[in-house]
Design a protein. Structure first.
Ligand SMILES: NC(=O)c1ccc[n+]([C@@H]2O[C@H](COP(=O)([O-])OP(=O)(O)OC[C@H]3O[C@@H](n4cnc5c(N)ncnc54)[C@H](OP(=O)(O)O)[C@@H]3O)[C@@H](O)[C@H]2O)c1
Length: 270
C-alpha cells in the first residue's frame, strides 16, 4: 500500500490516518471531507491531498479507501462513489451498515467492514473486521484481506469475525469502552466516598485499570484465576468482591454487552 483514501476526516478518519502514519512510513493520504477545518487538519497534520468533489480522482489515487462518515451520510457518499467503484478496494467503518448495504452500490468484491472504538485515536482499539463470504480464498482477495487487516491493525488490534458477530464486537468493543469509562468513574466515586478528592481518585482508578490490563496480559492468566490469587481468605478484597456480586455486577455488565449487541443487530436490520 502506497496511498490511502479517507472519506470523512472526523474522529475515526484522523485516528486511522494517525495510526497508519505511525505504523507505515511514507504513506500518502487523499481525503474527501466537507468540513473545511477538518480538511485543513488533514492537509496540515498529514500532508493530505484534497479530493473533495473528485471521487474519481480519489479512487485513482488510493490503493484502499476508508469510508468514515456518519451513518446518515453514508448513502450519499456511496451514490457518488458508485460509478467509479469497479474493482476498487474499500474499508468501511460506518456503524450499523452491513456489507450488503455497500454491495448495493459498490461494484467490487474488495470490501471490508471495520468496527473500532474511540481508542483508535491512540492506536489502542480492538477492531472487528469482516469480509463478504463470496470474497473467498482467491489469491487477489487473499491479498486484499491481508491489506485490510493491516489497515485495521493500525488502529490497535484487528480481530476477523464473520459478519453475524459484528454486533457482538460492537457490544464488547465499540460500546464496551464506555462501560470501562463508567467503571473508572464508579471506582473514583468509591474513592470519594471513602475520603479522596475526585481528581486524585480518578488518577488512582486509571492506574489500577492500566495495571490490571498489564497483569492479565503479562501473566497470561485468566481474570478468574487472578481474582482468586488476590482474594485472601476473609480478607479485604473478597469483602469488596462480595459487595460487587450482591449488586449483580457481573450480570449487569453481561447485560450491557448483550443489550448493545441486540441494539446493533436492530440497527443493522439483521
Ligand atoms: N467515534 C467512534 O467512537 C466510533 C466507533 C465505531 C464506529 N464509528 C463509526 O465511524 C464513523 C465516523 O465516526 P466519527 O466519530 O469519526 O464521525 P465524525 O467525527 O462526525 O466524522 C465524519 C466526518 O465526515 C464528514 N462528512 C460527512 N459527509 C461527508 C461527505 N459527503 N463527504 C465528505 N465528508 C463528509 C463530516 O463532516 P460534517 O461534520 O460537516 O458533517 C465529518 O467531518 C461513523 O459512521 C461511526 O458510526 C465511530
Amino acid at each position: 500500500m502506497k496511498n490511502i483514501g479517507i472519506i470523512g476526516f472526523g474522529n475515526m478518519g484522523e485516528a486511522f490516518a494517525s495510526g497508519l502514519r505511525g505504523r507505515f512510513g511514507g504513506l500518502g493520504f487523499g481525503v474527501v471531507e466537507k468540513a473545511v477545518p477538518r480538511m485543513e487538519a488533514a492537509k496540515k497534520g498529514y500532508g493530505a491531498r484534497d479530493f473533495t468533489g473528485d471521487f474519481r480522482g480519489l479512487l485513482d489515487f488510493a490503493d484502499v479507501t476508508i469510508i468514515a462518515v456518519k451513518p446518515q451520510d453514508a448513502e450519499a457518499v456511496l451514490r457518488e462513489l458508485a460509478p467509479y467503484s469497479g474493482g476498487r478496494k474499500f474499508a468501511a467503518i460506518v456503524a450499523g451498515k452491513t456489507l450488503a448495504f455497500y454491495q448495493g452500490y459498490l461494484q467490487t468484491p474488495y470490501l471490508a467492514r471495520f468496527m473500532p472504538n474511540l481508542a483508535a485515536m491512540y492506536g489502542k482499539a480492538a477492531v472487528g473486521v469482516c469480509f463478504p463470504e463470496a470474497g473467498g480464498e482467491a489469491r487477489e482477495f487473499g491479498a486484499f484481506r491481508g491489506e485490510a487487516l493491516e489497515l485495521a491493525g493500525a488502529a490497535g488490534w484487528a480481530l476477523e469475525v464473520p459478519e453475524k458477530l459484528m454486533p457482538v464486537v460492537t457490544g464488547l468493543s465499540g460500546s464496551g469502552i464506555a462501560y470501562v469509562f463508567a467503571f473508572i468513574h464508579a471506582l473514583a466515586l468509591g474513592g470519594v466516598k471513602t475520603g479522596l478528592a475526585y481528581d486524585r481518585a480518578c488518577a488512582v482508578a486509571l492506574q489500577v485499570i492500566e495495571g490490571a490490563a498489564a497483569v492479565v496480559r503479562g501473566t497470561g492468566d485468566s481474570p478468574a484465576n487472578l481474582i482468586a490469587k488476590v482474594c485472601s481468605p476473609a480478607g479485604t478484597t473478597i469483602a469488596g468482591i462480595a459487595a460487587l456480586e450482591e449488586a449483580a455486577f457481573s450480570a449487569a455488565v453481561m447485560r450491557a454487552v448483550e443489550e448493545a449487541a441486540l441494539r446493533a443487530e436492530e440497527l443493522e436490520g439483521v
